[in-house]
Design a protein around this ligand. Sequence first.
Ligand SMILES: *Cc1c(COP(=O)(O)O)cnc(C)c1O
Length: 237
Amino acid sequence: MEKETTIALLKGRLAEVETRLAAACRRAGRTRAEVTLVAVTKTVSTEVAALLPEMGLFDLGENRPQELWRKAAALPKTVRWHLIGHLQRNKISTTLPLVHLIHSVDSVRLLQALEQEAAKQERNIDVLLEVNASGEESKHGFASKELPDLAPILKGLKQVRVGGLMTMAALQEAEKCRPTFASLRNLAATIPLARRDQKKQIVPQLSMGMSNDFEIAVEEGATLVRLGTVLFEGLGR
Ligand SMILES: *Cc1c(COP(=O)(O)O)cnc(C)c1O
């Protein structure tokens, strides 16, 4: 596809998504600024991903660390990279300097390995805990009932800042995902979050909502939505 054609297509889709996001925010009495749109570029080429910052989209997500490294090397440093998939411990050291937020911390072992590496690299790292809220066996993440037990561990972290929770709802009709999203919001209120700025009120970050269900997620309090298909369907690699 010609670059100009791709840009026109992306602009149209983005405008449509913005309209839907704005409407969902309005229904929930929230402002659009409370929700960050993360464009999930895993299905498109580096060339297509590189068009996004040109269009004003700087929050980009990848689910595989190596693909994130590859695209991060090619795109401008102004991009804020979000890792939204499983992070193997042997990929932590390369990933840390590249990412703005890791959405997908799914074990205590990973949390501790991140803390260790962050100390070594003398940097702070913002993360979310992935919760397997739908309880499907195929999914990564903490079980909802495990979360309260994590409190002492979270309080002991110094350089890893847990700002909230992430989940993937089961693939089903969007309205049926509502209870999953509501339960994540309620869970987030029970965990001790990192206090980055003592003066500011701490709002838990909630990464929830994908192409299929993002409007419901926004109605239920999502602060980050992760959108792939609705933006990139048909663009291929
Ligand atoms: C691929 C992916 C998305 C985007 O999904 P779409 O349904 O294509 O919008 C969101 N979150 C995670 C964790 C993903 O792997």
